[in-house]
Design a protein around this ligand. Structure first.
Ligand code: SAH
Ligand code: SF4
Length: 457
């Protein structure tokens, strides 16, 4: 979502003359778009700001100002603290106010001066009632094959470990028409795949043109009718919002990919309850079973937290059991990280860091083996690959299979942006290697034969 938000910030700033550049040292403005989900991510902000301060001071010697802005969830959670610890920061803005960036830039330019004294930074971390999406420009700088599109934001679930409800605010769904219009503009700029985003994307319940609430399953069907959209994905989902519509859509909607990231966090009901997840191991497994009934080749991914307060060896073992039962094609796993102001942070029985390390190692080993097994099972098979970008080598394109695997394909450039049948030859680490399968007409024999090759036939 931060990738999407950063792109939209660039869109907001374009009309007042900013374009993105690759060198921070020559930029007139630098925005750090930050994540607060775990402590490690937050810590990075202050070390990075120290580096930016040098850039700012160096440019000031040449009478050039550099506006430094901190955006995103760290800004939302620690706004005043950032301005106190890093007085050279000009703007601090939360994730719900970036449509007001031009106004903030004007205020910061007035407040700052070029003689090495810092003005008071502009702070805008409201949760405005008028939604930012109504004020974002239609023009989008997006160019590419696979595009993110935020459809839902915020969260009302309050898992006891998580900062999202505090930093992103209450749950909100964008109206259907606004989403369809944005999708059409993305298609005009080359998008073939749309990845719908939300902290709880499957809680989506936006209003359609007739003011009727629309589920994510229905929204996906509407998007699939847009000319030019060939693939739809969505992330991240909560098990409790995996409704019938959506499960059925996986079986019925051909443009919806057979891959789902569905975080479970733990395989212990005791821990799930303490996390306030409001789902159980059994209800999670039921969803997986329904999904596989709807779409038998469904590939699954998840998030896991190890070392949540009170997690015993038995609880951890139950998580490993769940993993072995489901068999994931990929997954993310984290050590529990205390977040300020969240209930789990002050729970008794915090797990020592060394034990978290040990458990993470064991868990990741199981997950890695499952991923390798899943990938290896595709060798010798044909996958549908959307070719998204050029690789490092000549005649190498990189794309994603329908199961969200990265695939390197020997194929000429003109195949970019197309979905191709790719013969999978081998697996290298987490990446599949393959070549385009072509059906060629054998003129002499007059029969259809198969030929695999990297070159145009
Ligand atoms: N809405 C999604 C998750 C969004 S946060 C859901 O409900 O599943 C992304 C992931 O970060 C979470 O799934 C969780 O695994 C991880 N995470 C969140 N807070 C964390 C914390 N305090 N410590 C460690 N991992 C955390
Ligand atoms: Fe955080 Fe997801 Fe729980 Fe919401 S549902 S509080 S985003 S982990």
């Amino acid at each position: 979502m931060n990738v999407y938000d950063s792109a939209r910030m660039a869109d907001v700033l374009a009309p007042i003359g900013f374009t993105s550049c690759s060198e921070a040292g020559s930029a007139d403005m630098i925005i750090l778009n930050t994540c607060h989900i775990r402590e490690k991510a937050s810590e990075k902000v202050y070390s990075e700001l120290g580096r930016l301060r040098h850039i700012k001071e160096k440019r000031l010697l040449d009478e050039e100002n550099t506006i430094i802005a901190v955006a995103g969830c760290v800004a939302q959670a620690e706004g005043e603290e950032i301005l106190r610890r890093a007085p050279y920061v000009d703007i601090v803005l939360g994730p719900q106010t970036y449509h007001r960036l031009p106004e903030m830039v004007a205020r910061a330019a007035r407040a700052g001066d070029k003689k090495n004294t810092y003005g008071r930074g502009v702070l805008d971390t409201d949760f405005p009632t008028s939604q930012k999406f109504d004020h974002l420009p239609n023009e989008s700088s997006f160019q590419g094959v696979s595009a993110f599109l935020s459809v839902q934001e915020g969260c009302d679930k309050f898992c006891t470990f998580c900062v999202v409800p505090y930093t992103r605010g209450a749950e909100f769904s964008r109206p259907v028409e606004q989403i369809l219009n944005e999708a059409k503009r993305l298609v005009e700029n080359g998008a073939k795949e749309i990845i719908l985003l939300g902290q709880n994307v499957n809680a989506y319940h936006g209003l359609d043109e007739r003011e009727k609430e629309t589920s994510l399953g229905r929204l996906i069907n509407r998007l699939s009718e847009v000319d030019g959209i060939e693939r739809v994905r969505y992330t991240t989902s909560h098990p409790n919002d995996m409704n019938k519509d959506l499960i059925l859509a996986h079986g019925q909607q051909k443009k919806l990919m057979p891959f789902l990231h569905l975080p479970v966090q733990s395989g212990s009901n005791k821990i799930l309850q303490s996390m306030n997840r409001r789902h159980s191991v059994e209800s999670y497994l039921d969803i997986i079973s329904d999904l596989r009934k709807s779409r038998p080749d469904m590939a699954l991914s998840s998030d896991f937290i190890v070392g949540f307060p009170g997690e015993s060896d038995e609880d951890f073992e139950e998580t490993i059991d769940l993993i072995k039962e489901v068999k994931f094609s990929q997954a993310y796993s984290f050590k529990y990280s205390v977040r300020p102001g969240t209930p789990a942070g002050s729970m008794a029985e915090q797990v020592p860091d060394e034990l978290k390390d040990e458990r993470l190692f064991v868990l990741q080993d199981v997950l890695k083996k499952q991923q390798t097994e899943f990938n290896s099972s595709k060798v010798g098979k044909v996958l549908k690959v959307l070719l998204e970008k050029s690789g490092r080598h000549a005649s190498q394109l990189i794309g994603r299979s329908q199961y969200n695997q990265a695939v390197h394909v020997n194929a000429p450039e003109y195949n970019l942006g197309s979905v191709q049948d790719v013969n999978i030859d081998s697996v290298l680490s987490h990446t599949l290697q393959g070549s385009i399968k072509k059906y060629v007409k054998d003129i002499e024999v007059g029969q259809r034969s198969e030929k695999t090759q990297g070159e145009h036939v």
